[in-house]
Design a protein around this ligand. Structure first.
Ligand SMILES: Nc1ncnc2c1ncn2[C@@H]1O[C@H](COP(=O)(O)OP(=O)(O)OP(=O)(O)O)[C@@H](O)[C@H]1O
Length: 222
C-alpha cells in the first residue's frame, strides 16, 4: 500500500526532514510511527499525501508513483486517504452529522444520500446518538471520535493519523488507538504517528522509529 525507496526530503534552507528512508507497509497492515519532536514523522505523512515531494527516492501509494501524479489527479488520489489530526479540525458551526458528512458532500453526494454512511461511521466510533449535537457540546475525546468518523466515512483503503491523541488523557488515548485497530480489522491500512512511545508499545503492532530523519528501527511486536 505504501512503499518508500531510499527517500530523502531536504527542505529549502537545508533542513533534512527525512534521510534515505525505505519501508513497505502492506495492504491491510497497521503500524505506528514514532520518534522525538522534529524526527520527521509529519514529513513522512506529508510525503505520503503528496503535500510534499521528496528531494530524492521514490514513493508509491496504492499502486501510484506519487511523483507521476498530475496536479489535477491529486484531489482524487487524496480521497483514498482518511486523515486524522491532533486538533481534529471540526466545523463548530455545524452538527456532528454535517461534520462527518463533509467528505461525501465534497465528493458530490447529497445530504440525503450520505445518511446511511454517516450513521455507519458514527456507529463505529460509538456516537450514533450524538448526530444532532454541535461539536462544542462534546468532550475532547468525543470530538476526536467525530474526526475519526469523518476520516472513515467514504471508506478509504488507507488512514493516516498525525498525533491523534495529543490532547487526550491516557484512557481516552487508548480508546482512540483501539478504534484505529477496529478500522484495521475491517481491512483498512492504518499508519498512526505518535510521540507517545509507551502507548504505541502497548498496542503490540509494527513500530517504525525515526530519529533525526533516519528510520532507525522497524519493529514487529507480535
Ligand atoms: N516546511 C518546512 N521547512 C523547513 N523545515 C521543515 C519544514 N517542515 C519540517 N521541517 C524540519 O524537518 C524536520 C522534521 O520535522 P517534522 O515536522 O517532520 O517532525 P515531527 O517528527 O513530525 O515533529 P513533531 O513531533 O514536533 O511534530 C525538523 O527539523 C523540522 O524543523
Amino acid at each position: 500500500m505504501i512503499r518508500f525507496d531510499n527517500v530523502t526530503k531536504r527542505y529549502p534552507g537545508g533542513h533534512v526532514g527525512l534521510d534515505k528512508t525505505s519501508f513497505h507497509l502492506h495492504r491491510g497492515e497497521i503500524a505506528f510511527l514514532t520518534g522525538h519532536s522534529g524526527a520527521g514523522k509529519s514529513t513522512l505523512l506529508k510525503l505520503i499525501m503528496r503535500m510534499e515531494q521528496p528531494t530524492s527516492g521514490s514513493i508509491w501509494v496504492g499502486g501510484h508513483d506519487t511523483s507521476k501524479l498530475g496536479r489535477g489527479q491529486i484531489p482524487y488520489f487524496r480521497r483514498n486517504i482518511g486523515l486524522v489530526f491532533q486538533d481534529h479540525q471540526l466545523l463548530f458551526d455545524r452538527s456532528v452529522f454535517d461534520n462527518v458528512a463533509l467528505p461525501l458532500i465534497i465528493a458530490g453526494h447529497t445530504r440525503h444520500e450520505c445518511a446511511g454512511r454517516v450513521r455507519a461511521a458514527l456507529d463505529m466510533v460509538g456516537l450514533l446518538d450524538k448526530e444532532k449535537m454541535n461539536p462544542t457540546q462534546l468532550s475532547g475525546g468525543q470530538q476526536q471520535r467525530v474526526g475519526l468518523a469523518r476520516a472513515v466515512v467514504n471508506r478509504p483503503p488507507l488512514i493516516l493519523a498525525d498525533e491523534p491523541t495529543g490532547n487526550l488523557d491516557p484512557k481516552l488515548s487508548a480508546e482512540i488507538m483501539q478504534l484505529f485497530e477496529s478500522f484495521n480489522q475491517v481491512g483498512v491500512t492504518v499508519l498512526v504517528a505518535s510521540h507517545d512511545l509507551a502507548l504505541v508499545a502497548r498496542m503490540r503492532h509494527r513500530i517504525l522509529t525515526l530519529d533525526q530523519g533516519y528510520l532507525v528501527n522497524d519493529q514487529e511486536v507480535r
